[in-house]
Design a protein around this ligand. Structure first.
Ligand code: ATP
Ligand code: MG
Length: 611
């Protein structure tokens, strides 16, 4: 390919909003242009690299036994109404109407569409397991698209869905996908950190996220210094500092604590104010927060204050839920409640801090005086940390009053004892007790055991060996292609530009004639031809530009091998060309005669290592 025939608009200036390397370099190297916020066009060079990522993903999916399909991106709203997500998806989902006023969804994901396809064809257990995938456009109206294609509005996702007769079969496919994902990222030259996205350290392995480390990552990863425990902070747990095995044990410990006592704390509301007022540490406080949870699936019939709460049964077969319920959560004063963990314990779609009015309604006091002692009209969930507190300060459910010497087991008990804390660096690993630390990361892919959420709500059945109707269970597996490509650049670049791993480079070799003229032109053309014949992808810089300009562009666009041809080298006996690997300092001269054979062998051998 001749450079002059390509469309590679390289830039010296960096777009003002480009704060991370991949965003800057995708623009500067002429891979990408912006159409609007979160909407990007790949230019030819960018698309070549994108296609390589796509090819790797397709090969690995096919090897994993997944079958490619191509549904539309525009999906009738009826399918989303069946699953219930027409209502629950919120504003990130783009909706459209056609001329007949019918509603449509511009796919943000495709569980509904793929499940509908399978539903219509599935009749017998003999058709299962089945894994389908697509590599297709998704649209999400992200609130804050940023970092270029890392978080765009329109992007390409590989999304796969599998259907199974039983848990074992689902687990087999899930494991195969986990291995395929590891290979995909390795072949793209990416170092990924697979993190368990389950709660509970050793409980099932129903969800795994593939993260890359990034200073601007949206996810906090919790990692262990001593073992390979890795979890998203949204789900991470830690070893309790100290837990009592029974309420009797707690009472025993508390028997040495002086009796609980009210103290006046005028105008003292926050933990910090309390700390300085009582001259003590936040670790000695029990912080109690009131939460409002939405769509709670957990059975609350025996929960304090919930007897009259009605459950609503959605129109489909989905389980009955309480549309709204309130909970008090007590935790040691220096810790934070993890709302995602809380929501998952409650089997709720969301948990958020209650309004001031609701806080007063449940605690009988203004905000700032909630506490577990005497709290009756609301279920109390205490974090494990509180079970170890036998002499604590806490709110007394009265304005300007706190308790001191409050002890778990003696002065209050809980409706539920759970791990709801946000894990921090320095906490202990739930698996081995080692020290935990944090890293920021970006999610490139996610594999997930979905269960029967969609097959149940969308009425998918098959007949088992005994002719009995059954509902299949499902898995889903996604990778963002654009984000993967951008992450490759994040991991492989220097000040001068991109340093493509050979496996995803838009071209393998760039030939840079010092001046594309006379004998140099003749030899450059022959060399390009020879390399191409051997299956090497060559970009020949035939532009009438100064060598410095061409070298800068070669560095910026990051093509792995550069061959420079000039009068000086060619006039030697035997004729020489200069070859250099992008990212390395030294170049070497090799004989023109054998250059194509030598370099193509190197390249083809290296490409083999990515297979
Ligand atoms: P995030 O937490 O980053 O928003 P997500 O959990 O919403 O990701 P999934 O729904 O699991 O992502 O989608 C699968 C993959 O699609 C992600 O791992 C990511 O690579 C990609 N992806 C998701 N949203 C975007 C986006 N706005 N721009 C680019 N890629 C995206
Ligand atoms: Mg998202």
């Amino acid at each position: 390919m001749f450079y002059s025939k390509m469309f590679i608009p390289t830039l010296r200036e960096v777009p003002a909003d480009a704060v991370i390397a991949s965003h800057r370099l995708m623009f500067r190297a002429g891979l990408l242009r912006k159409l609007a916020n979160g909407l990007f066009a790949y230019l030819p060079l960018g698309l070549r690299a994108f296609r390589k990522v796509e090819k790797i993903i397709r090969e690995e999916m096919n090897n994993a036994g997944a079958l490619e399909i191509k549904p539309t991106v525009v999906i009738p709203a009826e399918l989303w109404k069946e699953s219930g997500r027409w209502e629950s998806m919120g504003e990130s989902m783009l909706r459209a109407k056609n001329r007949l006023n019918n509603d449509f969804v511009i796919s943000p994901t495709a569980e509904e569409a793929c499940t509908a396809i399978v539903r219509d064809e599935l009749s017998s257990y003999r058709q299962l397991p089945l894994t389908l995938y697509q590599i297709n456009t998704k649209f999400r109206d992200e609130i804050r698209p940023r970092y270029g294609v890392m978080r765009g509005r329109e992007f390409i996702m590989k999304d796969a869905y599998s259907w199974h007769t039983d848990e074992k079969s689902l687990d087999d496919t899930y494991q195969i996908m986990g291995r395929a994902y590891r290979r995909i990222f390795q072949r793209c030259g990416l170092s990924v950190i697979p993190v368990k996205a389950d709660s509970g350290a050793m409980g099932g392995s129903g969800s795994e996220e593939f993260m890359v480390e990034s200073d601007v990552g949206d996810n906090t990863l919790i990692l262990c210094k001593a073992c390979d425990y890795a979890a998203n902070v949204e789900k991470a747990s830690c070893k309790a500092d100290f837990t009592l095995t029974s309420i009797e044990a707690a009472k025993n410990v508390a028997s040495n604590t002086p009796s609980i006592e009210k103290i006046d704390t005028p105008n003292v509301k926050t933990i910090d104010e309390l700390c300085s007022f009582l001259k003590t540490d936040s670790k000695c406080f029990i912080k109690t927060l009131i939460y409002r949870a939405i769509n709670v699936e957990l059975d609350l019939s025996d929960a304090p204050g919930c007897a009259k709460l009605g459950r609503k049964k959605p129109s489909n077969d989905a389980p009955a839920v309480y549309s709204e319920a309130f909970f008090a959560v007590a935790i040691r004063g220096d810790l934070d409640v993890n709302e995602i963990k809380l929501a998952s314990i409650l089997k709720a779609s969301e948990a958020e801090l209650a309004s001031d009015t609701d806080v007063s309604r449940y605690t009988g006091a203004p905000v700032g005086f909630a506490g577990p002692v005497g709290l009756k009209s609301i279920p109390l969930i205490i974090d494990n940390s509180v079970t170890a507190m036998s002499d604590a300060v806490t709110g007394a459910l009265e304005k300007d009053v706190h308790y001191k010497h409050a002890a778990y087991g003696r002065d209050f008990t809980a409706w539920m004892i759970e791990d709801v804390r946000t894990v921090k660096a320095g906490d202990k690993c739930p698996v081995c007790g080692g020290e935990l630390y944090t890293k920021m990361g970006n999610e490139l892919g996610h594999i997930f055991k979905l269960g029967n959420k969609y097959t149940l709500s969308m009425n998918v059945t098959y007949l088992d060996e005994n002719g009995k109707s059954q509902i299949p269970t499902m898995g889903c597996y996604g990778i963002g292609l654009d984000r993967t490509l951008a992450s490759v650049i994040e991991e492989h670049h220097d000040d001068a530009g991109i340093i493509w791993p050979l496996s995803v480079a838009p071209f393998h070799v760039t030939i840079v004639p010092i001046k594309y003229d006379g004998i140099v032109k003749e030899k450059a053309d022959i060399l390009a031809e020879e390399l191409s014949k051997k299956g090497i992808e060559v970009l020949l810089d035939d532009r009438n530009e100064r060598p410095g300009v061409k070298f800068n562009d070669a560095d910026l666009t990051g093509i792995p091998w550069r061959i420079v041809l000039g009068d000086k080298g060619l006039s030697q006996t035997p004729a020489q060309v200069e070859i250099k690997r992008r990212g390395e300092k030294e170049s070497v001269f090799i004989a023109l005669e054998t250059a194509a054979a030598e370099l193509s062998l190197k390249i083809l051998n290296e490409l083999e290592t990515y297979k």
